[in-house]
Write a protein that binds this ligand. Sequence first.
Ligand SMILES: C[S@@+](CC[C@H](N)C(=O)[O-])C[C@H]1O[C@@H](n2cnc3c(N)ncnc32)[C@H](O)[C@@H]1O
Length: 182
Amino acid sequence: MSQKDRRRWDEKWLDSAGDRYEPHPLLLQYRTLLGGGEALDLACGKGQNAIWLARQGYRVQGVDISPVALAMARTEAAEQGLSDRIQLITVDLDHWLLPALSYDLICIFRFLDRRLFTAISMGLRPEGLLFCATRHVGLLQRCPEAHESFLLKRGELAEAFSSLWVLHDVENDENSEFVARK
Ligand SMILES: C[S@@+](CC[C@H](N)C(=O)[O-])C[C@H]1O[C@@H](n2cnc3c(N)ncnc32)[C@H](O)[C@@H]1O
């Protein structure tokens, strides 16, 4: 990612400093599956999902390009007394090597980089869970100016993660939601 794009994300997060983000509903819906262990939140932003997972007993790595977002996540984790369970790392996912067989759960919300799909599958431990939700091409109906490369195709997650056991594969008008187990 270019310095310009990184600055753009920092500015966006500064603008939203007062906004409160809730954990993704998919995590809440499938909370009975969550058995703890090592979790990875890719492009974690302000860390609401990473922090919630830490509260469920996971040791969590949250990675994101924006130091501003991560600083907010760090503050929130400290306020909730969860700092020792969360590692927040500034990472450019264009260049980061996701370690193999390292995570009991990987989540990726509101972010798409198809080049990560194989590494995500490999990064899960046996029986590890994947949670993924982001916009698909249906968004173009309402926002024709949106960049198609940042939008999933319909059915793309099920195809990309066909080696996993699918637990949830739902597409509404604009969003794809996917949960699977290795
Ligand atoms: C729409 S936000 C989603 C944040 C969080 N997952 C959530 O659902 O609230 C997208 C995030 O991707 C991060 N991001 C964008 N490009 C990235 C890259 N190349 N490497 C790491 N993070 C990146 C941004 O900083 C931002 O926090």
